[in-house]
Ligand binder design. Sequence first.
Ligand SMILES: *Cc1c(COP(=O)(O)O)cnc(C)c1O
Length: 378
Amino acid sequence: MEFETKAIHVGQEPESSTGSTIVPIYQTSTYTQEALGKHKGYEYSRTGNPTRAALETALAALENGKYGLCFASGLAATTTVLCLLKAGDEIVAGDDLYGGTIRLFDRVFSNFNIKVNYVDGRNPKNFESGITANTKLIWLETPTNPMLRLCDIKAISQISKAKNLLLCVDNTFASPYFQKPLDLGADIVVHSTTKYLGGHSDVVGGAVILNNKETYEKVKFYQNAIGGTPGPFDSWLVLRGIKTLAVRMKKHEENAMKIAEFLEKHSKVKKVHYPGLKSHPQHELAKKQMSGFGGMISIEINGDKEATKKIIESTKLFSLAESLGGVESLINHPFTMTHVGVPAEHKARLGIVENLIRLSVGIEDTNDLIEDLKQALA
Ligand SMILES: *Cc1c(COP(=O)(O)O)cnc(C)c1O
């Protein structure tokens, strides 16, 4: 079955007792048992809920994985995966990560004596050099947020397999429509379903997808034991979102490509970071491991902080907001918004400068979006 069909049908058969075509929102915390211990597979909604189960099945299918688990947020998903580790264990992580992930690593898990060794993820060899006798997990994002750098998933998975480590890939930016890390050798995929999977900026959620049964059982145990699970309505919103993921991603990409080309020629723009551009240093890798380049663009402005602020505050269609991946276009200042909690030297190392702007290109009309940027840059 192809991607578009899976997104609409897998885990989403008509409901048997009423014929409801759409998976109902099972807004219940508990389930009535016929007799002691005799039930239909559900006992309590933290442990399992039919709406959530439908989403978990569908997301696993979209990532070509066997098992899916859903969470109340992307960070709840990440937290639960990190519970596979214990005190003294180490993580080797790509250094260009979602700001909240860095905050979770550096300010929460560090308290439990889990150390993170950050490396420049553009060269797979750096991951190898970062491994110590205590390393248990390799963590990466690709393309990265906000610098749109790439990590070679296949090459890094060979390193992790050789050393018997787990490789976890945060696939939020590409979405499974453009990139399938499990097919490329990753062990675990993490998502913030808040972004492209939900797609309408109306829900916060997360997911974990994997193939190994033993690891799945452990993460499932922690999902229930820790309790960072999504409610039935939030699960339903993401389930509705993924039905249109394919058509949305195509339009996000079409718009982003045209906007990136427009920006690259603009005199006020010093640099455009977009993996679909030939000028992107890792364009060849993007073509190899992704089937499309996504809807995220970062640009450096020819000018100072004030000039950058003026542009960010002048767009009319691009809303000044955190988050990404919705149908509407957003503009963001990573330095003071999404990455404000990232230590200064970490930001400097990555190139998160004051004149950097991140765009989440929506699915509005291409020319309207270009006109909006044109007037903001004027
Ligand atoms: C938003 C985001 C997260 C965190 O997800 P939440 O749903 O906000 O908790 C993790 N990784 C990436 C790449 C993100 O963009």
